[in-house]
Design a protein around this ligand. Structure first.
Ligand code: ACM
Length: 264
C-alpha cells in the first residue's frame, strides 16, 4: 500500500486558490493509494472572526471541496483524508473526512480543541472511529489530539493499522518529536500532514511525517516548502504486536491498574 501526505499552505478564506494548490500536488501523485491533507484544508486556520470561520465552513453533503476530492478518488482509485471546516446546522466542527471512490466513508470530529478553536468549534462528538479501507484499518486524529496518548491507544485497541493526522502545528518540533514515539508505542503507521506558511500571528511548522511501527521516520518534508511525500508501507508490520517473544503490546496491558485514566 502506498501512502502519502501533501504539505501545503491553504489560502485563508479562498477555496478556489486552495483547490488549485491541492490540484497541482494531486496531479503528480499518480501512484498513491491513500493521501492525507492538512487540518481545515478547505478554509485555512487563523480566522479573523467567528463569522469568517462560519462563512468558510461547508456542510459535508454539499461541499465543493469534497466533491473535487471525490473526483480525484474516482480517477485514481484512491482514498483521501482531509481536514475540513464542517458546518452542521448552527455548529462548526474541526473535522477529518475520509473519502474514497464510492464517496465519503468516514468522519472524525476533533476532540481536543486548541487555543482559540474553543471559541469557534464544538468539541468532537463522534468518538474515535476506525474505518476499513480495502482491508486496512484507518484511525483519524487531528493536530493537537497528538498530546493525548489515550486517543492513540484507543485507536490501536480498535485495530488501527494507520493513523491519519491532518495538522496545522504551530509549536516548533514538539509534535514532530512525539509522532514517531506514538507510532512506536502503539505499533502503527502515522501520517501527519502538516501545513506551512503564516496566517496573522501564527506560523505553521511543516515537517510533515510518515512514521513506522518501529518508530522509524519513513518520510519527512522540510519546514517551510509546499511538498508531498509518498512511501510504501507493509501492514503486517503494524499487526505484529509482539515486543518480545513473550510480550504482546496490547494483551500485556493491566487495565485494572489504569482506572484513574478514565476518571474525569
Ligand atoms: C492545532 O491543534 N492546530 C495546533
Amino acid at each position: 500500500m502506498k501512502v502519502g501526505f501533501i504539505q501545503l499552505s491553504p489560502v485563508l478564506g479562498d477555496l478556489d486558490a486552495t483547490m488549485s494548490k491541492v490540484k497541482k500536488h494531486m496531479d503528480r501523485f499518480t501512484a498513491a493509494d491513500l493521501v492525507v491533507l492538512p487540518e481545515l484544508c478547505n478554509s485555512g486556520y487563523n480566522f479573523e472572526s467567528s463569522q469568517q470561520a462560519r462563512d468558510t465552513a461547508e456542510p459535508v453533503e454539499s461541499s465543493v471541496f469534497l466533491e473535487y476530492l471525490h473526483s480525484v478518488c474516482v480517477r485514481h482509485d484512491r482514498y483521501i483524508v482531509t481536514g475540513f471546516n464542517e458546518r452542521d446546522g448552527d455548529r462548526l466542527y474541526n473535522s477529518a473526512i475520509l473519502i474514497g471512490p464510492g464517496g465519503i466513508c468516514g468522519k472524525y470530529r476533533k476532540l481536543h480543541l486548541f487555543l482559540n478553536e474553543k471559541d469557534i468549534f464544538t468539541p468532537g462528538d463522534v468518538g474515535l472511529p476506525v474505518f476499513d479501507v480495502s482491508g486496512c484499518k484507518l484511525g483519524l486524529l487531528i493536530c493537537f489530539d497528538w498530546v493525548f496518548p489515550e486517543a492513540w491507544r484507543v485507536l490501536a485497541l480498535k485495530g488501527a493499522d494507520v493513523i491519519c493526522h491532518p495538522s496545522n502545528l504551530v509549536i516548533p518540533r514538539l509534535a514532530q518529536t512525539a509522532i514517531p514515539v506514538h507510532a512506536l508505542i502503539n505499533r502503527v503507521y502515522v501520517i501527519t500532514a502538516n501545513r506551512t506558511g503564516r496566517e496573522g500571528d501564527l506560523s505553521f511548522t511543516g515537517l510533515s511525517t510518515i512514521a513506522g511501527p518501529r518508530g522509524e521516520i519513513l518520510c519527512q518534508a522540510g519546514p517551510s516548502e509546499e511538498e508531498s511525500g509518498l512511501v510504501e508501507i507493509d501492514l503486517a508490520a503494524a499487526r505484529d504486536k509482539m515486543v518480545t517473544p513473550r510480550n504482546h503490546l496490547l494483551q500485556d496491558r493491566r487495565p485494572d491498574e489504569y482506572l484513574d485514566i478514565v476518571k474525569s
